[in-house]
Design a protein around this ligand. Sequence first.
Ligand code: SF4
Length: 89
Amino acid sequence: MARFHSRNPHFSRRALLGGMPAGCAAALPVGEASAHVKLSKDAVRFKKLSADDRTCRSCALFVAPSSCAFVEGPIEPEGTCWIWRARGA
Ligand code: SF4
């Protein structure tokens, strides 16, 4: 299971998702999650090109061909961000 790590102690994924109802982020199917307000690319530190295999294309939140269930706007499939999540995790 992929683990989430942050170098910023004031900015956690839990805090980011804290505005959602309890369990919302983990429990909703990806398609339903897209009905919620999405996070900005800046908020999740989106990068257009991943330095490793944690690409958007391999992320559980990726919506083909170039969208994300949790992040606003079009995204690059070879990009990555702070909330990357392994499929099946
Ligand atoms: S890595 Fe981030 S932007 Fe890319 S699909 Fe996953 S959650 Fe969305």
